[in-house]
Design a protein around this ligand. Structure first.
Ligand code: NAP
Length: 261
């Protein structure tokens, strides 16, 4: 289909926002956050099986996708084709699916899509700080901890943190992390993402937590971020909603909308 022209939020009226996955834990929190914001108006709540045409019919300018990994790519493709900016917190995006998104966006001038593996400001900062610290330490490992209902592992945040550490190590000319393990038949050393070991804990009572451990001779440096409540993600969600129309194309990571130097 011919892509619709991008919706342009105006300061004359509150930005019209739709939430996809509105009945979920994150979606419900996002609906409340949008309703509580004076400059935003919640115009559509979409759940599994609902017709996406309701988003366009409600005149949504921005849609927040907080659904499931199996649905998000189709949802975002539909939003792009209808000229609706997308703020996406759903995880499970691969390099291939991001590339497909870039290609689709190339034919949809003015449409912005933010894929944010983590909306918590502290988690975004931890990823950035990890890239800086990675240059100075021989060893680096990630432990991510989430509630027992999380569908994917390791978390999107852990993947992006591993990528950030790998970039930092490459910039400093560091080789592989030292590790003498020869025998690990049960995978005790965890997954390896971009050369960095990542350990995923799933435990009732947790929300979203990440520890990044760096080791050097005679010292350890630890970065830790804890989201104790889903409300911690909402300032980032709202930042994404307010900024996405001014960032056409694909932005991966909320730091793309933050002035981190
Ligand atoms: P959740 O409670 O399971 O909510 C997902 C909701 O999406 C459910 O209500 C589900 O309906 C609905 N849904 C499924 N397919 C849909 C579709 N095609 N269209 C519309 N709605 C659909 O999960 P959650 O904890 O809210 O998390 C949602 C996503 O956000 C997950 O991918 C999670 O990893 C991610 N997340 C991101 C961040 C971040 O900061 N970026 C933070 C926390 C979580 P049913 O119940 O009927 O299946």
């Amino acid at each position: 289909m011919t892509p619709a022209s991008a919706q342009t939020p105006s300061s004359a009226h509150p930005t019209r926002v739709a939430v996809l996955g509105a009945a979920g834990r994150m979606g419900a929190a996002a609906c409340r956050a949008v309703e509580d914001a004076d400059d935003l108006e919640l115009v559509a709540r979409i759940g599994r099986g609902d017709d996406l045409n309701a988003v366009a019919e409600a005149g949504a300018e921005v849609a927040i996708d907080l659904t499931v990994p199996s649905a998000t790519a189709d949802n975002v493709a539909w939003l792009i084709d209808h000229g609706i900016h997308a703020v996406v917190g759903t995880t499970g995006w691969s390099e291939e699916s991001l590339e497909a998104l870039r290609e689709r966006l190339a034919g949809a001038e003015g449409v912005g899509v933010l894929i944010a593996p983590n909306f918590a400001i502290g988690a975004v900062l931890a990823m950035r700080f990890a890239e800086v610290a990675a240059r100075y330490y021989d060893s680096a490992e990630i432990i991510e901890m989430h509630h027992e209902n999380k569908l994917d592992a390791p978390s999107g945040t852990a993947r992006h943190t591993a990528a950030a550490i790998a970039r930092g190590r490459a910039a400093a000319g560091l080789g592989p992390v030292p590790d003498a393990t020869e025998k690990d038949p049960d995978g005790a050393r965890g997954a390896v993402v971009d050369g960095i070991h990542v350990h995923a804990v799933r435990q009732r009572g947790l929300v979203a937590h990440e520890v990044v451990q760096f080791g050097g001779v005679g010292e350890q440096f630890v970065l830790r971020h804890d989201s104790f409540d889903r409300i911690s993600f909402m300032p980032g969600v709202l930042l994404g909603v307010r900024e996405v129309a001014s960032h056409p194309g694909l932005t991966v990571g909320l730091d793309g909308f933050m002035d981190l130097g």
